[in-house]
Design a protein around this ligand. Structure first.
Ligand code: AMP
Length: 444
């Protein structure tokens, strides 16, 4: 599954001539030749742990990222969840700690910055999984009591995994020093910028030693990420890996034209009659998530919403229920679902198209993992025609609209104006996008 998923992406990563940093280029076109973890010359202890986990061989991003990381180089990598990117930076960090040990309590030697608490937890789990015992990692994120985190930081962890805002609080209170940092990792840098963390990031950078290794991982690349890269990285190696299976045949994509007021009924039909479960449903807004989850519950379906209004404990509980199969449907916002590793998902439903086309790619990437077949469907209304065009442009693929038998749109009703390039349409879209983008932290 992993090996075949490496393809040049259609993203403009390489085409932004004006923004290219002087650097070496790595293209991962096809990694047919089997490369082993042993060939990557990782510490024997790590090789044993990987073997115990049943990992047969490094994924493409691991094959490309681990050697330059071990050589101490900076890195700019385009990779999404599901590609094995976490191990790609965690393993070399652990290798460094194992082969160049310092006495406990250790200074903070590696810092992983992440946009969300969920991603922090996942990275932490990876560290524990690959390290076995003995490596100390502290978790730092907002929304929970600060005292327990202070204690964890004072115990002398070699690795800190943190969201930027809360880490800054700790630094300001003197609970932690990053003066001896050796490795800095940005995970999902694009999402960190989307969420408005740039000020916090700059304040953090001011407190880090200039002499360090810096790695920037991002699912998408745009001007903001490039300028962050320019600011942070020295002669970086660049790596690009396609999002898992997005262009591959493992995910079947269907776009159903349907009247808005029949969407809920349609989703119930799919879950109950067609046995589409477990299913992950995306909505653009928190309110939309809550509403749909409640409507599904009324229809007797085990459904819960996942979004930023929930407490940390609440989110973890919802996720746990979804993972262990006690929920039939999870209704999530893009931000809440970002970075979550939800295994074995066959069905994804988009209640509406996302305002940001790249989010569509993230959404459907939740299915069709590891070579399994996945089905991603989008409930489409004509006023989203331009959003669909954008998604098609990002995918470089047409998504034909179809009708679902029994849920055909009512053509006797007056249709909205679908002239796509009219002034009014453009204005409305600009407004929608502004809400979708800028409202990130509050609305999604
Ligand atoms: P990530 O993209 O980091 O979220 O990883 C996705 C999933 O792939 C995680 O559940 C990892 O445990 C798993 N994984 C990472 N590397 C490998 C590998 N080399 N072989 C098999 N599974 C892996």
């Amino acid at each position: 599954g992993f090996v075949n998923s490496a393809q040049p992406t259609p993203s403009p990563f390489w085409r932004q001539g004006g923004h290219l940093l002087p650097s070496r280029h790595f293209f991962i076109l096809c990694c047919g030749a089997a490369m082993s973890f042993a060939q990557l010359a990782l510490a024997p202890r790590l090789l044993e742990n990987l073997q115990a986990l049943g990992y047969q061989q490094p994924t493409p991003i691991q094959q490309a990222a681990i050697p330059p990381m071990l050589a101490g180089q900076d890195l700019m990598a385009s990779a999404q969840t599901g590609t094995g990117k976490t191990a790609a930076f965690v393993l070399p960090i652990l290798h460094r700690l194992l082969t160049d040990p310092l006495p406990n309590p250790s200074p903070v030697r590696a810092l992983v910055l992440v946009p969300t608490r969920e991603l922090a937890l996942q990275v932490h789990q990876s560290v524990e999984k690959y390290a076995g015992d003995g490596t100390m990692a502290a978790l730092v994120y907002g929304g929970v009591s600060i005292a327990a985190q202070v204690a964890a930081l004072q115990a002398g962890p070699a690795i800190v995994i943190a969201t930027p805002g809360r880490l800054l609080d700790h630094l300001r209170q003197g609970a932690v020093s990053l003066a001896q940092l050796e490795v800095l990792v940005f995970d999902e840098a694009d999402r960190m910028l989307d969420m408005g963390f740039m000020d916090e990031i700059n304040a953090l950078l001011a407190q880090l030693p200039a002499q360090r290794q810096t790695l920037l991982f991002s699912a998408t690349f745009n001007d903001a990420i490039y300028s962050l890269g320019k600011q942070l990285l020295q002669d970086p190696v660049r790596i690009e890996v396609a999002p898992p299976n997005t262009t591959a045949a493992e995910i079947e994509q269907r776009v159903y034209v349907i009247d808005s007021e029949r969407k809920r009924e349609f989703i119930c039909h799919l879950i109950q009659q067609k046995q589409w479960q477990p299913v992950l449903i995306f909505s653009r807004t928190r309110q939309g998530c809550d509403q749909l989850a409640q409507q599904l519950q009324k229809a007797g379906i085990g459904a819960l919403a996942l979004h930023g209004d929930l407490s940390q404990a609440g989110r973890e509980k919802v996720l746990q229920e979804f993972r262990d199969g006690s929920l039939q449907a999870l209704v999530a916002t893009d931000v809440a679902a970002r970075g979550l590793d939800i295994p074995e998902l066959n069905y994804v439903i988009n209640l509406e198209l996302p305002f940001v086309a790249e989010d569509y790619v993230h959404r459907i990437g939740r299915t069709g993992r590891a070579g399994k077949k996945g089905l991603a469907i989008t409930l489409f209304s004509p006023e989203d025609a331009l959003l669909l065009e954008e998604v098609e442009a990002v995918l470089d693929q047409r998504l034909p609209q179809q009708w679902f038998p029994g849920f055909e749109p009512d053509l006797t009703k007056s249709q909205p104006d679908t002239r796509r390039h009219g002034k009014a349409a453009q204005k409305q879209r600009a407004k929608q996008r502004a809400l979708g983008n800028k409202g990130g932290r509050n609305k999604r």
